[in-house]
Design a protein around this ligand. Sequence first.
Ligand code: GAP
Length: 476
Amino acid sequence: MTTPSTPTTPDAAPDPNAVAPAVASLDTIVSLAKRRGFVFPSSEIYGGINAVWDYGPLGVELKNNVKRAWWRAMVQERDDIVGLDAGILMHPQVWVTSGHVASFSDPLVECETCHRRFRLDELPGAEDLSATDQRDPMIVERLGLRHEADGGRLSAPRRFNLMFKTFMGPVEDEAAIVYLRPETAQGSYVNFKNVQQSTRKKLPFGIAQVGKSFRNEISPGNFVFRMREFEQMEMQYFVRPDAAAETFEAWLPRRWDWYTRYGVAPERLRFREHAPDELAHYAKKAIDIEYRFPFGWKELEGIHNRGDFDLGNHQRVSGENLEYFDPATDEHFIPWIVETAGGPDRAAFTFLIDSYREEEVRGERRVVLGLHPDLAPYKVAVLPLLKKRPEIVELCRRILADLKRDLMAVYDDTAAIGKLYRRQDEIGTPWCVTVDVESLEDGAVTVRDRDAMTQERIPAEGVKRAILDRMDAARR
Ligand code: GAP
């Protein structure tokens, strides 16, 4: 496992084209996702709705598995992190105190001809602007930017707040405005005292959350990469102020290793530190883990040193004492926060892209999703060699019923065996169990491995144990 010890800073960033993406064209993944039932456009029969996607039968399994794998690494395998599931709607003051009402915005420009709006930093010629330049009211003029499609003049940039608003209760006035949360983190901060006191956790400890967040993104796109409704997997780690810098550094390789442990190639990952003028309003320091998507290097997850910004502000505005008492040193202080902020949509997307491969086998093309068994939607497929023989189908059904008690397993008899294998390869099923005529005599079945394509005969009653053992081995 190669984890760079020193994060790559923007200045030292390698040539983005030097590392090729795992899949040259995003269309390959989008079409596989639609065809095989991973991801569908939302409300498609009405023409779709921009930047919202629905997860199909295989996608929901993959995404649930990603969330489970994250929870396992962040909560189950650790003594110092506990879970939380806070509400999406929160007291509106939370978002004023957190700085999101004032500062959670992107620079937007409007075309004077067609009145379409664009994110400034996504216009051709403005992609590499520093955050300071993006705030310059003269920047459009200075760079001579125009709307490429119709040549229209563009307005000076203005800040556009990304939070969705709605009304709580029957009256739709200013006083009833609530926000759909743009991050799960604030739910952990306002519950800091509740969690700490109910669990008696001592610093350092963390609160993990997985759940929906919403952002009215100006330029969503690239499939599920940037959506308006999405999920986050965020962990807030509370530490003594003097331990924050070291804790921040310690979380970088841990989070990197989580992606490589589940199969992402290390050469398609890199660290990128945020420049001082690029930092989010709450961050003292931020380093992204970036992935080489087919559309360039982009953030997969952010690791942030948020200092005492959040708890300090919530204490000041709410009047609640959010200090921690350290009995070892007899001190009262506001804990500092190191945050790891990722999302299951972007992670599942990354695992899909990075596991995709096309191979030639005996003159035929095979598409394989080499997903880690923990992430694969189905762990095993049970296939009859002859579906016309009721005894074969019967045995398949018995094996399937036993597997389904512990695993996601599926039965398929709608094609010849070669085709059935290819179909399972394409959705990442690590093992296929085939029942044939001989099975009826010797009680043995064939277990076929997706990657090595090797086949092994084992007793039918030992199938579940064999699959569970292989799953366990893949985890080690
Ligand atoms: N609490 C800090 C925070 O929200 P962020 O970098 O804005 O930090 C964290 O978001 C993660 O949430 C991102 O790395 C990404 O995985 C996911 N995310 C953010 N915006 C998203 C969007 N519009 N669509 C899909 N995922 C998104």
